[in-house]
Design a protein around this ligand. Structure first.
Ligand SMILES: *Cc1c(COP(=O)(O)O)cnc(C)c1O
Length: 346
């Protein structure tokens, strides 16, 4: 598969030689006893980056979101998040199945909530009312095309949460991309949220792992209980944490390259096939193609691309997603452009 240009997702990256070296030499112990020094280091280092009091290493972002929501929202209580959120789109109903959490999901452009949209959705007290206890945002927004929440919008949502005494969670699978695109520091983001889930295995290029961030050690103990109950407590997972540490130390700034490449992809496609994508909407590493008026549908484009060794994601019959990452270089973008523009031109 060496010469395949895989644009399906930023999860497809393989650990680099230097990352594998860090994994091979990692100091490890049994994390259920709290004795894995590499996991402890990763948790401390990432909590500090966001200015949070504690972090807990989990196997996936899905578990990161679920553990967070279990801390914030009880059974039969309600979470507000947008209708396209990963939490309600791609987690196999985990919040409902394992958390008994009801969701209320406004439809908003590019997945970005605002205080004006959310406030009327917060339920007022009443003996038969469902209590709204949490609000979740996704930074960047995956199905929203990698859209970045403006920090002012997040501040308004924080103020709203405070006004109604509800909690605010950030699905920050790609918060690193938001940080690079916006210049807003990770600690500025961190200050806004009660809990966050951040992924090491997306743009940062680690093979496995996410962290749940929270205010203090008491909540972290609760988070460890929930993780254990879900079967997510691991033993000498320092070999995985070592990859994560390498990633947060070495792979954040380079996300700018992924953003430049995504922009070049969007601009090239828009030039060859006007209306298929709006380059202004490519703020980070995700490009969406709208094939409504194109000569071929998503399956047709994906097949034409695959024949040339370019892989894309089919999200809907006329919607395709392209994602740039560590394993796609400039030559890969050139190849993808030739293939995609050729197919859309026919
Ligand atoms: C990838 C992703 C997650 C977590 O996914 P896992 O595959 O479970 O690690 C969570 N939220 C968003 C927005 C994502 O893109």
């Amino acid at each position: 598969m060496a010469d395949v240009v895989d644009l399906r997702s930023d999860t497809v990256t393989r650990p680099t030689a230097a990352m594998r070296e860090a994994m091979a030499s990692a100091d490890v112990g049994d994390d259920v006893y709290g004795e894995d020094p590499t996991i402890n280091q990763l948790e401390a280092e990432v909590a500090a980056m966001f200015g949070h009091g504690a972090a807990v290493f989990v196997p996936s972002g899905t578990m990161g979101n679920l553990v967070s929501l279990r801390l914030l929202c009880g059974q039969g209580e309600e979470l507000i998040c947008d209708a396209d959120a990963h939490i309600v789109s791609y987690e196999a109903g985990a919040a409902a199945a394992h958390g008994g959490i009801q969701t209320r999901t406004p439809i908003v452009p590019r997945g970005l909530l605002s205080a004006a949209v959310v406030e009327p959705q917060i339920r007022v007290d009443g003996y038969h009312a469902v209590p709204t206890t949490a609000l979740a945002v996704e930074q960047t927004h995956n199905r929203g095309g990698g859209a970045v929440y403006p920090v002012d919008t997040l501040r308004e949502l924080r103020a709203l949460a405070d006004k109604y005494a509800i909690t605010l969670h950030c699905d920050g699978a790609r918060i690193w991309n938001a940080h690079i695109a916006s210049g807003v520091s990770l600690s500025e983001y961190g200050a806004l949220f009660d809990t966050m889930s951040v992924c090491l295995s997306k743009g940062l290029g680690a093979p496995v792992g996410s962290l749940v961030l929270m205010r203090d050690a008491v909540l972290a103990e609760k988070a460890r209980d929930v993780r254990h109950r879900l079967g997510g407590a691991m033993r000498q997972a320092g070999v995985l944490a070592a990859a994560g540490l390498y990633a947060v130390r070495n792979h954040i700034d380079r996300l700018a390259d992924d953003h430049d490449r995504a922009r070049r992809l969007a601009e090239g496609i828009a030039a060859a096939a006007p209306g298929v994508t709006d380059p202004a909407e490519t703020e980070t590493n995700i490009v969406y193609l709208d094939l409504t008026n194109a000569p071929l549908d998503s399956a047709g484009l994906a097949a034409a691309c695959a024949a040339d060794g370019v892989l894309v994601s089919v999200l809907a019959p006329r919607r395709v997603r392209l994602v740039t990452h560590l394993d796609v270089d400039d030559a890969g973008i050139d190849r993808a452009l030739t293939t995609i523009c050729g197919a859309l031109d026919s």
